[in-house]
Design a protein around this ligand. Structure first.
Ligand code: TRP
Ligand code: ZN
Length: 886
């Protein structure tokens, strides 16, 4: 199936709005009945446009217009639209329909989580799921006040929840009961949500700065509820932070959060009723790694922050998705930075950006942060919209300063509370509050592709001046339209050869400073720094001030100085990463160990182990090599076995060079207390596990250490780190450890996901056989997105050696899996299909085999719109003018 393209320039304001919507549900697992009462009002300026309602898989039983039942010739249903051509002006439309939750495997609309007997009902409406629940106007710029009444059997569905404030509940005949909710704030349909079933709860309260007492409740199936306490604490911290940092208060009386194992995405910000994939909600030391803890903190905050950035101020249309997602990711990143470690969070976020967004931006699925066309909107919840979207907001915050950005946000909320707006509205608010013209920034939202930043320096010993030429350019991408120069904030500092910071004195710029943020707002710019005795070392893009590629990371000797002395923690790591990439290239072409940079950097790292005030987590990051995807992404041609081999040899050389320090560090940290979830313990654990990983690389004799580590582990981070060492190192004890782990965690779904992933990412050509066998494991389910992601997506996206094996069997297996999953959850199948997108970048044999599978899928019958869209874009050729033709 192919959906037609929706284009941004075709946007028209809604001809009909809904003032109120009242929904009545009679809920049951196999079928549910939905009565909807819509009060619709026509835009007088569009008096010629008839009323149409959206609906999919909603069986219409009866429809009334202003109380009168309509005969079948008074309306018509064509595909997913119901036409009421005769209606004019203002009307009350009442429908009665039937939907089938248990059959809804696509997880859009109302569906069942868990089995028929024990499971509960829940809804997912973003982006266009509401039309799977009832006939209505399903677009984000139609905001209505919702009243929702739920009725169900009390024993089977003791808990009934909907967004908004509770507005009564009671008993009915035959063991049934009801509950009503009213959401006082008009909202778009994608934020509607209900939940019904047997769920346990934990509660707390938060008193907002405005003095409202809010009841906080987290709901989960009973066996999981004990693991929800951490999330509740995160929620309270997020509420407080949004009040203090952005002056934003929550304004309903209740805030519900529900955990489910059956969810296609991370979580959903429905007003007053957030719904979470349980992997982003559950956390206790035995069932969550330190990374899981951080993700829970981030996602709980993310969904809460949507209350203002997304819900109260929402998107005019789906092209503006970044308006809520990029901005909310930025807010979430700031929150987590302030709760944990700014340096660490930045390193992690940038690693994710480089791995996921840069590669997306360089392939056929590249699209602007605000796309201008889409066929299936569900395929645009991407790294570009989320992560690059957040980077744009970060740059704006850098340029406006903390206070200026806050002023801009205040104005944005003041102007647009209760409205559905655009990226232009956002930029206008930030600009107006600061008397600045921000329209040049729109180009960041409308141009795809990663900008390349080049810096060329020249020192003049006579004049003591250093001239730095900054240039921006673009690598060609599939959607190459005429390019406009972007405003790029370049934060930089100067160092001497001993790593001392130099004062910055610029020509024509008064005063001397330590750090400068230069706004490169044209193709090239020349800066002159004065009063220097020698050529300085330039530390570029401190804190990663812009999401650009650096063309040339500088001389390796300069990088060693920066990786040793830079006092911006992020840029210290960035220099270390630059060294690793330099060494990786040397290894790819020969032998890194022989390169002068190798010895110099090993000396640098050895000293880092002795540095008293170096944060252990940062050291761990400096020891962790860029992954194969990120390394491959920066090469013209991606040859997975060659990349894997070179990276492995480099890692092994580094591990052998540092063996003494790694072992000493490992043992010294073992003596410290390791159990807690507090940042210090987490940092130590991270370093210790990084040491263990490298030691196992250096010499298989350390598998014994990993084995002990596995047995002694008191938290999942340690257990999983040891398991990974054993399995990926193909240690004798690996299978034993896997079996023990599976026996210990057989009932913990999210932990079993990790068990599947460790095996799916085994970097050998025969990983496929193992993955295939694991699809028959009792804990694997084709209809559970988390399981598919943990096993199949991990294999396809994070196991280059296994997936890209020479004979193409990995491709064939994943293509077969896509066909199978597409009949269940198209959204999940579409994500799996993206594994083929970069096919043109691989060596000829692999390229042809990937292409063959894409063609096979394209020719297969009855594929979903979701997969069809990814296939079409992956196979399209870019024309000169940038438009895509099939
Ligand atoms: N808005 C959600 C977020 O916070 C994303 C999301 C959740 C979603 N469920 C979805 C998007 C289903 C598409 C389909 O990021
Ligand atoms: Zn979001």
């Amino acid at each position: 199936m192919k959906k037609p393209l929706t284009c941004i320039e075709d946007y028209r304001p809604p001809a009909w709005r809904m003032q109120t919507i009242a929904l009545d549900f009679d809920l049951d697992v196999e079928q549910s009945w939905v009565s909807a009462r819509l009060h619709v009002i026509q835009d007088p300026a569009q008096a010629d446009v008839g009323l149409r309602l959206d609906g999919e898989n909603v069986e219409l039983l009866e429809i009334r217009l202003d109380g009168r039942v309509l005969a079948s010739d008074e309306y018509r249903i064509e595909g997913a639209l119901l036409f009421l051509d005769a209606v004019r002006g203002e009307a009350v439309i009442e429908t009665r329909s039937r939907i089938r939750p248990a059959d809804n495997k696509a997880m859009q609309g109302l569906y069942l989580s868990g089995g028929t007997e024990q499971g509960f009902l829940l809804s997912q409406c973003e982006a266009e799921g509401f039309r799977h629940i009832t006939w209505s106007i399903d677009r984000p710029d139609v905001l209505a006040r919702y009243t929702v009444t739920l009725r169900a059997d009390r024993a089977r569905f003791p808990v009934l929840l909907a967004g908004g404030n509770p507005d009564g509940a009671g008993e009915l005949a035959d063991g049934r009961h009801w509950a009503r909710f009213v959401d006082p704030q008009p909202k778009p349909s994608y934020l509607f949500a209900i939940v019904a079933g047997r769920l346990a709860v934990i509660e707390d309260r938060h008193c907002t700065a405005e003095g409202r007492l809010v009841s906080l409740k987290i709901w989960a199936p009973a066996p999981l509820i004990a693991r929800c306490r951490y999330a509740l604490d995160c929620l309270k911290a997020a509420m407080l932070w949004d009040e203090q940092r952005f002056g934003r208060n929550y304004r309903l009386d209740v805030f519900h959060v529900v955990a489910t194992d059956d969810f296609t995405m991370g979580a959903m910000e429905n007003t007053g009723l957030n719904i979470f994939n349980s992997k982003y909600l559950l956390a206790d030391p035995l069932h969550a790694t330190d990374d899981d803890y951080r993700h829970v903190l981030a996602v709980v905050a993310h969904e809460y922050f949507h209350n203002w950035t997304g819900n109260r101020v929402t998107c005019r249309d789906w092209f503006q998705l970044c308006l809520k997602e990029g901005l909310t990711v930025y807010r979430e990143q700031e929150f987590v930075s302030e709760q944990t470690s700014r340096t660490l969070r930045r390193i992690e976020d940038v690693r994710v950006l480089w791995r996921n967004q840069f590669s997306e931006d360089a392939g056929p699925l590249a699209h602007p942060v605000r796309p201008s066309q889409y066929s299936e909107i569900n395929n645009f919840y991407t790294a570009t919209v989320y992560e690059k979207g957040a980077e744009i907001v970060r740059m704006l915050a850098t340029v406006l300063g903390r206070d200026g950005f806050r002023r801009g946000m205040d104005l944005y909320f003041d102007r647009h509370d209760g409205a559905a707006v655009t990226v232009e509205d956002f930029l206008a608010a930030l600009g107006d509050a600061n008397q600045r013209e921000l329209s040049p920034w729109l180009a960041w939202y409308t141009q795809a592709g990663t900008p390349v930043l080049e810096a060329q320096g020249a020192f003049d010993a006579q004049t003591h001046c250093y001239t730095l030429e900054l240039t921006q350019s673009f690598a060609p991408v599939a959607t190459a339209l005429p390019r406009q120069a972007l405003p790029i904030p370049v934060a930089l500092a100067l160092f001497d050869a001993f790593g001392n910071r130099l004062k910055i004195e610029r020509n024509g710029v008064a005063g001397d400073i330590d750090e400068a943020v230069i706004l490169l707002d044209r193709p090239r710019m020349s800066l002159t720094f004065r009063h220097l005795d020698h050529a300085p070392i330039v530390s570029l893009l401190r804190g990663y001030s812009a999401p650009v590629r650096i063309a040339q990371r500088g001389d390796w000797a300069d990088l060693v100085v920066l990786a040793t002395h830079e006092d911006d923690g992020f840029n210290r790591w960035q220099a270390a990463d630059g060294l690793i990439r330099h060494l990786f290239m040397a290894e790819l072409q020969g032998d890194a160990r022989g390169a002068p940079a190798f010895g110099a950097w090993m000396t640098g790292l050895r000293r880092a182990f002795d540095e008293a005030d170096l944060d252990p987590a940062t050291l761990a990051e400096m020891l962790t090599l860029a992954d194969e995807i990120t390394l491959g992404e920066s090469l013209a041609e991606i040859d997975p076995p060659a990349i894997h081999a070179a990276r492995s040899r480099l890692e092994c050389s580094i591990a052998q060079a540092l063996q003494t320090e790694l072992l000493a560090c490992y043992e010294q940290l073992a003596a410290a207390s390791m159990a807690g979830a507090e940042p210090v313990a987490q940092g130590q654990r991270r370093l210790r596990n990084a040491c263990l990983g490298l030691l196992c690389r250096a010499d298989p004799q350390y598998h014994a250490l990993a084995h002990r580590h596995f047995d002694d582990a008191v938290c999942l981070s340690d257990k999983l780190a040891a398991l990974t060492c054993l399995v990926h190192g193909q240690a004798l004890a690996a299978q034993n450890a896997l079996d023990t782990f599976a026996a210990d965690y057989s009932t913990a779904a999210t932990v079993m996901d990790r068990w599947f992933s460790v095996q799916a990412t085994l970097p050998t050509a025969n990983a496929l056989e193992r993955v295939r066998a694991l699809t028959r494991h009792a804990a694997f389910r084709w209809d559970n997105p988390n399981k598919v992601y943990a096993l199949l997506l991990a294999f396809a996206l994070r196991n280059p050696v296994g997936f890209h094996r020479e004979d193409g069997a990995g491709y064939e297996f994943i293509a077969d899996s896509i066909r199978r999953i597409d009949r269940i959850t198209p959204q999940v199948a579409a994500r799996l299909t993206t594994a083929f997108a970069a096919w043109r970048r691989y060596p000829p044999t692999l390229r042809e085999r990937m292409h063959a599978q894409l063609m096979r899928l394209q020719e297969a019958a009855a594929m979903s719109a979701d997969v069809t869209d990814i296939l079409a874009r992956s196979l399209a050729h870019a024309d000169e003018d940038g438009s895509l033709r099939p």
